[in-house]
Design a protein around this ligand. Structure first.
Ligand code: DHB
Ligand code: FE
Length: 279
């Protein structure tokens, strides 16, 4: 049987990937952030999951604004890094797990989560930066990956509650997959940040810390937070945090926080990382 062994919440700031790709991680600006990633990478080396289900948002890279699925799942054998305007990142190709991905697609849809099935998906910084954060710079990514996309860039995104319920459904379906696999679930994006408009540069550390705390102790309470609260308190792109609730939903009632790291700034974003294990 497949089994979810952990959840990871992490920001996916493109500049973090660029710092790694350009050898800048020891610079004065980046060193404190990357130092904080060390223990999480060590945990990952020990955990060695077979599969990572990565819940992330595409930033108009694979899906243009002409075509915006609320929830989508990648079922391909492989996923190429997307060209986001400055050439694709020089990172390994992402290898999928089509059998588990189709098992998820089938059972999610038949249980009333109407996923868009994607056979050809270029993966942008929303997915590749979290891989870099957790696995550093290997020649091949050490696990298979199932991309699950959530629309958070075009109003209206799904609610936090709907994302949490999607995570719960993913957990049930993973547990019914008849192969011995260990699975980690990523929720990416956040933390507080706003990239545009008059409030560009918004950072709200108390909001972020409270979110990290309640992800452990009060996830159901967090599912009741309306979108407008995220946008007011955490900036327009803070809404990406609903994807962390999908990750949390996949872990069951109680979790143990194995590791946390929080650092400001990473580009114009507050960067957070949490590693949770079900108990
Ligand atoms: C930036 C982009 C993102 O998608 C994000 O989540 C955080 C920061 C950026 O362009 O700086
Ligand atoms: Fe983003």
């Amino acid at each position: 049987m497949a089994r979810i062994v952990a959840g990871i919440g992490t920001s996916h700031v493109p500049a973090i990937g660029a710092a790694m790709d350009n050898g800048l991680t020891d610079s004065d600006y980046w060193a404190p952030l990357f130092k904080g990633y060390g223990p999480a990478r060590e945990w990952m080396r020990k955990t060695q999951p077979d599969v990572a289900i990565i819940i992330y948002n595409d930033h108009a890279s694979a899906f243009s604004l002409e075509f915006i699925p609320t929830f989508a799942i990648g079922v391909a054998d492989t996923f190429q890094p997307a060209d986001e305007g400055y050439g694709p990142r020089d990172v390994p190709v992402v290898v999928g797990h089509p059998a588990l991905a189709w098992h998820l697609a089938e059972n999610l849809i038949l249980n009333e989560f109407d996923m868009t099935i994607v056979n050809n998906l270029a993966v942008d910084h929303g997915l590749t930066v979290p891989l870099s954060i957790m696995f550093d710079q290997p020649d091949v990514w050490p696990c298979r990956v199932i991309p699950v996309c959530v629309n958070v860039i075009q109003y209206p995104p799904p609610t936090g509650k709907r994302c949490y319920d999607l995570g719960r459904a993913i957990a049930r379906i993973v547990a019914s997959f008849d192969e011995d696999l260990t699975v980690v679930v990523f929720g990416t994006g956040g933390m507080s940040h706003q990239l545009q408009g008059e409030r560009a540069g918004v950072i709200n550390q108390p909001f972020d810390i409270d979110f990290l705390d309640r992800l452990v102790s009060d996830p159901i309470g967090l599912t009741e937070r309306p979108h407008v609260d995220y946008i007011r308190e955490a900036g327009s792109e803070g809404i990406e945090l609903v994807m962390w609730l999908a990750m949390r939903g996949a872990l069951g009632e109680s979790v143990r926080q194995v590791y946390r790291h929080y650092h400001v700034p990473a580009s114009n974003t507050a960067a957070g990382l949490t590693v949770l294990e079900p108990v």
